[in-house]
Ligand binder design. Structure first.
Ligand code: AMP
Ligand code: MG
Length: 431
């Protein structure tokens, strides 16, 4: 790696990505709790300690389809010395035995069925002449056992998995499919979680048209609203689309106030240094908004602060840059951790790998470069090639990328074969 240092007078007034992120995280709060149906809770954080209200399994049951026996009755059984027992009943899962197991007898039992009184072992069908008898249409009123089994074999004891009163899931646990399954197995159909943030999304720009409408020359379709709303959903928030504001004070001001009853506002565009970049003016007047340059490429200009409502209720606001790639990358770096924190999550960093670069990365001006990369795995090693042109307007590059290759602010250039840290956007795409 070429560790040449840039002249840092240019970047002196900029915040590092970490500094910007810390400012955002200092302002957003963990949200309050809500009860949600189990099926709505995927990805949310449990807000109470969960203790088992019952044993799992609640009763001793069979681990196999077979015969419930007393182990004493099949002692010495072998293929040459089969022991034949009288079959006195059958228990399906969900049923309970009508009779206790008499000595020298067997009861057919299915996986999950409670063991009948008197039985202590299950002989799987495979270890008996069950199949032969079935094939020859013999009535299965007796069965020959070919192997002996010790006491308790193929029996699942009560409370093998969970004991009543035990702490099963701690407050703070992120709910995945497994947690949902465990909660259901304990009888829960709803759960107390940290609520999902409602996030107001406002696009700004006179040039923007709504997808689904016709496009006249000079206009472009608004894509930021949609990519940002999708990212909000992906990370667990609830998007509230506020629409497209014009590049004037009144329009942005009134549309932002439609989003005042949210947990976080996210705008796009109007924060750079052009003639119509009004967002920062509105925000400065309507709250305590700061405008930053963040030492990153893309996505240098970002607005951040709080918007105050009439009754002085304050809502954090992240003003993303307008260029579609910049908006997405700034979202990943700043809005994503904010959403995760609000949801009660504590792991806020993105997953990453180290990969050998298959393309060079040039860093022209001492900002941290997030280059869109395609990470692949060959012979157990990660490789990253770039998606092609890296302009912050080239949104299709984000459809090709599964990661962002990082060239640090202090590094002027990375060569082919250098090792880069790659923040993964999508793990599933690594092949
Ligand atoms: P601005 O920050 O307003 O100077 O915008 C920078 C660039 O991003 C311009 O080319 C805008 O047309 C473009 N842009 C702004 N907002 C959007 C949006 N919602 N969807 C797509 N492109 C946008
Ligand atoms: Mg604009």
């Amino acid at each position: 790696m070429a560790h040449q240092h840039h002249d840092d007078t240019y970047t002196a007034d900029m915040l590092s990505v970490e500094e910007a992120r810390n400012e955002v995280l200092a302002l957003v709060k963990v949200l309050n709790h809500e009860d949600v149906h189990l099926m709505e809770s995927l990805g949310q954080v449990i807000a109470e300690d969960i203790y088992a209200g019952l044993d799992i399994p609640p009763f001793q049951n069979s681990a196999m389809d077979g015969y419930a026996v007393r182990h004493q009755d099949i002692k010495g059984a072998s293929p040459n010395n089969a022991i034949t027992l009288k079959v006195v009943g059958s228990i399906a899962a969900g049923q309970i035995a009508k009779v206790a197991l008499p000595e020298g007898a067997a009861i057919r039992i299915m996986t999950g069925a409670p063991l009948p009184l008197g039985a202590n072992t299950v002989v799987p069908f495979e270890e008996t002449d069950e199949l032969v008898r079935k094939k020859s249409d013999e009535t299965v009123d007796e069965v020959s056992v070919f192997h002996e089994f010790s006491k308790g074999e193929f029996v699942r004891p009560a409370a093998e998995d969970v004991r009543k009163g035990e702490l099963i899931l701690r407050s703070g646990t992120v709910i995945r499919a497994a947690e949902i399954g465990v909660l259901a197995s304990l009888g829960y159909d709803s759960i107390t979680v940290t609520r999902r943030p409602l996030i107001g999304i406002l696009a700004t720009g006179n040039e923007l048209a709504k997808p689904g409408t016709s496009l006249i020359y000079g206009k472009i379709y608004d894509s930021n609203t949609y990519s940002v709303a999708a990212l909000v959903k992906r990370y667990g928030g609830i998007p509230k689309i506020l629409g497209i504001a014009k590049d004037n004070f009144k329009s942005i001001d009134s549309m932002l106030f439609k989003g005042i009853a949210t947990d976080l506002l996210i705008t796009s565009a109007g924060v750079s240094k052009g003639d119509y970049d009004i967002v920062k003016d509105v925000l400065t007047q309507r709250g305590n908004i700061t405008f930053w340059s963040v030492r990153m490429r893309p996505a240098k200009p970002i607005a951040f602060g709080e918007l105050a409502s009439i009754d002085n209720h304050k809502i954090p606001l992240i003003g993303l840059p307008g260029n579609p790639v910049s908006a997405m990358i700034a979202f990943e770096q700043l809005a994503r951790p904010a959403i995760l924190k609000m949801m009660g999550k504590t792991k806020l960093t993105k997953p990453y790998v180290y990969a050998f670069l298959e393309d060079p990365i040039i860093n022209t001006d001492g900002r941290r470069v997030y280059a869109r990369a395609i990470v692949s795995k060959k012979n157990g090693k990660y490789y990253a090639k770039l998606t092609g042109p890296q302009g912050s307007n080239v949104l299709t590059s984000m459809t090709k990328a599964n990661g962002l290759a990082i060239c640090d602010e202090t590094v002027c250039a990375m060569k082919i074969g250098d090792i880069a840290k790659i923040e993964m956007l999508d793990w599933e795409e690594v092949e």
